[in-house]
Design a protein around this ligand. Sequence first.
Ligand code: SAH
Length: 356
Amino acid sequence: MYFLTLKDIKSMTLDEIKADFAAERQPAFRALQVYKWLHRGVADFSEMSDQSKSFRQELSKKYYIANAVIERKYVSKIDGTIKYLFRLDDGEHVESVLMSYHHGHTICISTQVGCKMNCAFCATGKSGFARNLSASEMLAQIQTAQNDVGIRISNVVLMGMGEPLDNYENVLRFLHLVSSENGLNIGMRHISLSTCGVVDKIYDLADKKLQITLSVSLHAPNDKIRSNTMPVNKKWGVDELLKACRYYADKTGRRISFEYAMINGVNDGDDCARELANKLTGMLSHVNLIPVNNVSGAEFKKSSLDRLKKFSRVLSNKGITVTVRRTLGSDINASCGQLRRRYKEEVANVENIQQE
Ligand code: SAH
């Protein structure tokens, strides 16, 4: 494929582009101009109107610009949340969700095509793992959404398809680029990274001392329940994970956000709430309760609102900060993984019909 022989310029830092250009005897200011175009989200070098035609042609012989093209778009009639299915340059698909709050626009982006983690309740793992996303493909999701709606996105959450800490190097590169002054300039404090608990990488990330928020998908207070729903727990158990979280909070001074999807009869009893509270006591933390979303092929049912409230009361009585997450985009399958899966099934159906 053409882009395998060309360099992914939007994944390069400004210094890397400067070094490349210097080797070609191009002045440093050109590197900055090109960098700014890339981070505004141009799809092609021909759009870089302040560059000479010959230089643009030279660029396109050496580099390519990664894009995310809108394949499908769904807008929630309830709250305006937008779900995108993006097509990448090699024909793979990823999902992003754009949510608007009173304090700004937040985008939830994907970090991998599919996922290897296979959590029992999650739609993404069910359609398998294809590949990691490059830093430029993570940026492209934000840029395309931003240019589509005509707004400035102020917050980013790495909570879409994939496990960000299973694509660690590209995610770090993305964090550097997205927060750069001449790029989208989204500050680290406006970025959250969600992990299912890849413990060795939590330590590595802590040592970087970034100001991002770490979200941990805990979903259970003990190994018995967690290993049943999240295979990653067989490698690193709850206590090991929480130890890494303490290290992260100590190193960065940032509060850890624990995601807890409430599944009827599985992890939503008061006993679970008490066990969770005991384990989190003394840690800089916050618990986010979410009723589990129904995913076809998974047997889980969401807990009632009444159960969520009771569970949340047990936690707060024990001094744990807790919120019940507002569900956005409930009419458009806004939780990630569902759209790519449905799209793949639809395409497979069409192919089957054509074969018959
Ligand atoms: N791999 C990362 C980020 C992607 S998943 C992680 O595991 O954190 C984003 C969040 O959605 C995670 O908290 C995940 O556990 C949660 N999630 C997945 N399927 C869900 C479902 N059916 N209902 C509620 N939350 C779900």
